[in-house]
Design a protein around this ligand. Structure first.
Ligand SMILES: [Zn+2]
Length: 370
């Protein structure tokens, strides 16, 4: 299906498809940031402030948070999960020098969907997940971090939490000839070095890795760094459409718990709740079907502006089913879980909410009968 790369004049593509236009057309809003520069939210990690810089003079982009880097073809490849020749073919099919976003949603290639992996890709993901899990038990610093956040060892095992040490994955996959697939999946990347060479880097290096497991298989990874640093995003996730973390815990349950953060989710799992997390504050309406059997979706979002906006959105999407829980003193669920009385405080709050809903239901039935 894919044509050989030599069919395309790569230099002409780079010239005819200015990077700024292609990035804007893919749905990333860019702002001017000085002469010959634009910046915007990086689509390759969960970017909260503009970390992606686009340089007009040599037509390349660089993300100062996750290290994503390259030219217009690299951008299209990673944004739309295409091979090199496919990315060239896609660009060649676009109107050149388009000033305005021209990407037609029907013809635009889709973002990667992690619930649609090939057999070979799934094997690489499972291999990476198993290796990361093994490495967590062997790295005392990483293990201490997870335990300090109140996550018990049985949850580490059940959720197959892991640690990316930054070098083991490459060696492990090299022996199994999985390197190219791992690069395509975004597990390994090849940012150019100043001296013109480039070597593989592990995307989640130095992070606690939380996989989304379905049927015991690793679908996707999100990574949390061990120490908060100003220029490093706390979380990095593999690019593409984010699967819901904990999908199979929540799907089909009558009472479910939507947790904002990955560690809030792990705390809820340790309390044996039917928890899931969008790893953020939004989920598109067309991804809420798995909650069809839920009578109530308890919302455990942070008490900041993003959490409040998220809660209002879920209220519109889920109607009567949505029941936000306000945690004491604006702390998140993981913070609460680490307090001496935190678990008991949470269940008291939950009991009150359950009781209020029962009374409301009784009230509605009475007024319907009367
Ligand atoms: Zn980035």
């Amino acid at each position: 299906m894919s044509a050989p790369a030599s069919r395309y004049d790569v230099a002409a593509l780079r010239r005819d498809y200015p990077l700024v236009n292609v990035i804007a057309a893919s749905g990333v809003a860019l702002q001017p940031a000085g002469p010959g520069r634009h910046k915007g939210l990086c689509p390759f990690h969960d970017d909260r402030r503009p970390s992606l810089v686009v340089y007009a003079d040599d037509q390349h982009f660089h993300c100062f948070a996750c290290g994503a880097h390259g030219d217009v073809i690299d951008f299209v490849r990673h944004r739309f999960d295409l091979g090199f020749a496919e990315a060239c073919a896609w660009l060649a099919g676009q109107p050149p020098h388009a000033e305005q976003p021209r990407v037609n949603p029907v013809t635009a290639p889709r973002e990667r969907r992690w619930d649609r992996l090939t057999l070979e890709e799934q094997i690489v993901m499972n291999t990476a997940g198993a290796l990361y899990h093994h490495l967590l038990w062997r790295e005392p610093r990483a293990l201490a971090y997870v335990r300090e956040r109140g996550i018990p060892d049985w949850v580490i095992r059940e959720c197959a939490l892991g640690y990316a040490d930054g070098h083991s994955l490459e060696g492990f996959l090299r022996r199994r000839s999985g390197l190219r697939l791992a690069e395509r999946l975004g597990l390994l990347r090849r940012p150019p070095e100043p001296n013109g060479t480039s070597r593989l880097r592990e995307f989640l290096a130095g992070r606690i890795v939380i996989p989304e497991l379905r049927g015991g298989q690793c679908l996707w990874f999100i990574g949390r760094c061990l120490a908060d640093e100003p220029d490093k995003p706390k979380y990095l996730a593999l690019p593409g459409e984010r699967p819901v973390l904990g999908f199979t815990r929540a799907a089909g349950q009558r009472e479910v718990f939507l947790c904002e953060g990955a560690f809030d989710y792990l705390t809820a799992v340790s309390w044996k709740l039917a928890a899931f997390s969008p790893c953020g504050t939004r989920l598109p309406a067309d991804r809420l079907g798995f909650l069809a059997r839920a009578q109530v979706v308890y919302g455990v979002l942070d008490g900041d502006a993003a959490g409040e906006q998220g809660s209002a959105r879920f209220g519109e999407q889920l109607g009567q089913r949505w029941q936000p829980l306000t945690l004491p003193e604006g702390c998140d669920l993981n913070d609460l879980g680490r307090q001496a009385d935190g678990r008991a405080a949470f269940f008291r709050l939950l009991d009150q909410a359950r009781q209020a809903r029962r009374e409301e239901g009784r009230h509605e039935r009475q007024s319907a009968a009367g």
